[in-house]
Design a binder for this molecule. Structure first.
Ligand code: NAP
Ligand code: MG
Length: 404
């Protein structure tokens, strides 16, 4: 075999939990290290080690990402009550993704991988729709109250000199509920820049939508900030790249998305992004085919799969039963990170390797060789279901030919 591809800057490698941790090692052994002299700075974000380090390892891995610029992350367990006993945790550690996102101040972009034989539930969607979800504020940082009848609810803002501005929410004759939301101009601006930068990166239009006709101050602020940043910082760059920024009302956006052929970035407010990404992911097929990348406003990238640690499959694996877990989204996290590293360090062989590995993966599925989640969806006649490891070996066979 030819000499291995050399890297310059290490990738920040964030290992994870359960079935995806098993797949992580298989991907490295079967597909990466035979071709690359893999240079990573390794952080073990598996729950055992997060607990041992009191979650410091998560913070360290995010700081390393800031330093080097590109990370690849395995899915991780977000602890709940059941995990407390299962892993004998000293504390219910927070979601690693939340911690990393807060440190990098990033926006998450999610896009499906499209293959022949798997038709989206909306058959006109021939290109991927990338959802960009604002990850701060609104209903996720709300204050709620249950209000008795006979109460008056007001919004009160106190300035630094103690002056109050009041606005009536509702005069409650009978019992009801209220909710206070907020967002911050700087966070909205970061979100806008992350979307516009990513659009220039992948050469796709940006769509953005809010309910500004009803929410004339709150949602309108989002619309205004996006427009101002676009006009002053991005308009010319977009023209040069031949792409567009398009704003419309959220109702209109939803209707247009369904009629579209895909191939753009749909920037969503926090709640819209939460709900719409589940809708879009389901409509394209399997969770195992959804990629995810966190991009910070200063151009730092963290690649991962959109799905979790596939616990149900892992428990089967532990019992020695065969599994058929889809590794494609995790694999594409690696190719995304390697390609970005190649671009930043000027290593064209690394970019070519990433392209070939993606090609080999898609070829494998289009040849009819796939994991169980795709097997039930695929319309190919010659399809066969293979196990977790066998699927990776089949990719390896095709990769070897492409790299020869
Ligand atoms: P999940 O791991 O995404 O799995 C849910 C179900 O979706 C699986 O049981 C499986 O269905 C199917 N599935 C997901 N990924 C698949 C793949 N690659 N191949 C084949 N099938 C796949 O979600 P979860 O069960 O709700 O969460 C499990 C753990 O993951 C939790 O501890 C959660 O905290 C964590 N999580 C982490 C992240 C992250 O790190 N980004 C994201 C979400 C969840 P079948 O069982 O029907 O085959
Ligand atoms: Mg959701």
């Amino acid at each position: 075999m030819a000499e291995k591809i050399q890297m310059k800057t290490p990738l920040v490698e964030m290992d994870g939990d359960e079935m995806t941790r098993v797949i992580w090692q298989m991907i490295k052994d079967t597909l990466l290290t035979p071709y690359i002299d893999l240079k990573t700075e390794y952080y073990d974000l598996g729950l055992v080690h997060r607990n041992e380090t009191k979650d410091q390892v998560t913070i360290d891995s995010a700081e390393a990402t800031k330093k080097y610029g590109v990370a690849v992350k395995c899915a991780t367990i977000t602890p709940n009550a059941q995990r407390m006993t299962e892993y004998n945790l000293s504390e219910m550690w927070k979601s690693p993704n939340g911690t990393i996102r807060a440190i990098l101040d990033g926006t998450v972009f999610r896009a499906p991988i499209i293959v022949k034989g798997i038709t989206p539930y909306i058959p006109t969607w021939t290109k991927p729709i990338t959802i960009a979800r604002h990850a701060y504020g609104d209903v996720y940082k709300n204050t709620e109250m249950v209000v008795d009848g006979g109460c008056k609810a007001e919004l009160v803002v106190t300035d630094k000199d103690g002056n109050e501005t009041r606005s009536l929410i509702h005069d409650f004759k009978t019992p009801g509920i209220i909710q206070g939301l907020h967002n911050i101009d700087a966070s909205i601006a970061s979100f806008a820049r992350a979307c516009f930068n990513y659009a220039l990166d992948i050469k796709q239009d940006v769509w953005f939508a809010t309910k500004d006709t009803i929410s004339k101050k709150y949602d309108h602020r989002f619309k205004d900030i996006f427009q101002e940043i676009f006009d002053t910082e991005y308009k010319e760059k977009f023209q040069e790249a031949g792409i567009e920024y398009f704003y419309t009302l959220i109702d209109d956006a939803v209707a247009r998305v369904v009629r579209s052929e895909g191939g753009y970035i749909w920037a969503c407010k926090n709640y819209d992004g939460d709900v719409m990404s589940d809708m879009v992911a389901t409509a394209y097929g399997s969770l195992g085919m959804m990629t995810s990348v966190l991009v910070s406003p200063d151009g730092i990238y963290e690649y991962e799969a959109a799905h979790g640690t596939v616990t149900r499959h892992y428990y089967k694996h532990l019992k020695g039963e065969p599994t058929s877990t889809n590794s494609v989204a995790t694999l594409f996290a690696w190719t995304g990170a390697l390609r970005k590293r190649g671009e930043l360090d000027g290593i064209s062989d690394l970019c070519r390797f990433a392209d070939n590995l993606e090609k080999a993966t898609i070829q494998t599925i289009e040849d009819g060789v796939m994991t169980g989640d795709l097997y039930v969806l695929s319309k190919l006649e010659n399809k066969q279901k293979v196990g977790t490891e066998e699927f990776l070996n089949e990719i390896r066979n095709r990769l070897d030919k492409l790299m020869a």
